[in-house]
Design a protein around this ligand. Structure first.
Ligand code: SF4
Ligand code: FES
Length: 374
């Protein structure tokens, strides 16, 4: 191991994007607009090898994700392999098309945790965002099955202009479903969410009211429900350490095997991504060009380069910096020190009001493949 490698921490988490296939069509999806096809997906043997390599590398948690990971028929085998390796497995699911017998088989195989997405606290709103009639009732049934099996349940709700006013109902529903944790995730504008940004952006007053609701709920539900939530980037003063810092804590493997430092890294021009089909995971983590590109602080420009928070937030999000300032090295414009910060706030205000002002182009573009998958 070289000196630079010795200074690089081992990753703790692996996001295994098993497939981009999904029965839902959420317009806030952070998957790329160009979805990877079933015919390009890694096979079972390659995924099990990747999981073994991840465990050897130091990974502790595997998030089985997608798309919808239950679309893979080999999910039980992959969960069992995680259990054999001592990896904590978290199933990130939309909760539809998952019959009780299959969930029981996954639990039997050693599944540790289920994270269930909700698009809203009632059927009509949930199913409109999900783009799938009947999804809400399937999700509620699945939550009951998860709890009946004794598995810990996290409810995840991505919030935006169309559901942010209903946060209290989301909290009440998470409690009723027996969730241990509720993640309130503001839409992050990559992939399909970026395409739909003007249709999703919440208004400033909505965000302020939501943060107050969350604060009250955190106090009222302390000891019963853990509530995770942060101020959305477009209304923040300081950025978040995206991914816990580039190439510091976690890595993503796409359905076809490309290894990414974050889910939107492929939007950054000039980066090249290794594939698990042709290079061992440890080598990719420690020596891969894409991971080296923004690891640490050497790549930073001002104001990050001389900022006292540079090893706290690692300059925020590279993909957001690129999307909004044209350069991935720039400070994330969520930061008040960025010269693009004021423009970001103006953009958020303008887009959140676009619909109210009758502007066209604020209808959803639902996620989907260019041609249907078999
Ligand atoms: Fe973070 Fe850079 Fe802003 Fe400092 S200047 S707070 S390092 S984004
Ligand atoms: Fe790529 Fe934040 S999503 S660094």
């Amino acid at each position: 191991m070289t000196g630079a490698e010795a200074e690089t921490p081992a990753p703790l988490g692996l996001l295994a994007e098993l497939t981009h296939r999904c029965p839902l069509r959420c317009p806030y999806c952070s998957n790329p607009l160009e979805l990877e096809r079933r015919s390009d997906e890694l096979d079972t043997a390659t995924w099990t090898r990747v999981l073994s390599e991840a465990a050897a590398l130091g990974v502790l948690q595997v998030h089985l994700s997608g798309g919808e990971p239950t679309a893979r028929r080999d999910l039980e085998a992959l969960v069992a392999h995680c259990a054999d390796l001592g990896l904590y497995s978290n199933l990130i699911t939309a909760g539809v098309n998952l019959p009780p017998a299959r969930l029981a088989a996954l639990a039997e195989a050693g599944l540790d945790h289920v994270q269930l997405s909700l698009q809203g606290p009632e059927a009509a709103g949930n199913d409109r965002i999900a783009g799938l009639p009947g999804a809400f009732h399937q999700k509620l049934a699945l939550a009951g099955e998860v709890r009946a099996l004794g598995l810990p349940l996290t409810v995840n709700c991505v919030v935006h202009r169309h559901n942010i006013a209903r946060l209290q109902e989301v909290i009440d529903l998470a409690l009723a479903l027996g969730a241990h944790r509720l993640e309130i995730a503001h839409a992050q504008y990559y992939g399909w969410a970026l395409r739909n940004r003007a249709a999703l952006m919440p208004r400033r007053a909505q965000v302020e009211a939501a943060m107050a609701t969350l604060e009250r709920a955190r106090t009222a539900q302390a000891g019963r429900l853990v509530i995770d939530a942060v101020v959305p980037d477009y209304y923040a003063r300081l950025p978040k350490p995206c991914m816990g810092g580039w190439g510091r804590r976690s890595l993503n493997v796409t359905p076809s095997g490309r290894v990414l430092p974050c889910h939107a890294a492929e939007t950054i021009p000039g980066l090249t991504f290794d594939n698990v089909r042709s290079r061992p995971l440890a080598e990719i983590w420690y020596q891969g060009a894409a991971f080296a590109a923004f690891r640490g602080t050497d790549w930073m420009v001002e104001p990050c380069r001389s900022c006292e928070r540079r090893e706290i937030d690692w300059g925020g999000c590279r993909c957001q910096a690129l999307a909004l300032t044209g350069r991935a090295e720039n400070a994330d414009p969520a930061c008040h020190k960025s010269r693009h910060h004021a423009a970001l706030l103006e953009l958020a205000d303008a887009e959140s009001e676009a619909e109210a002002q009758g502007e066209t182009g604020t209808a959803f573009v639902y996620r989907g493949f260019a041609t249907p998958q078999k």
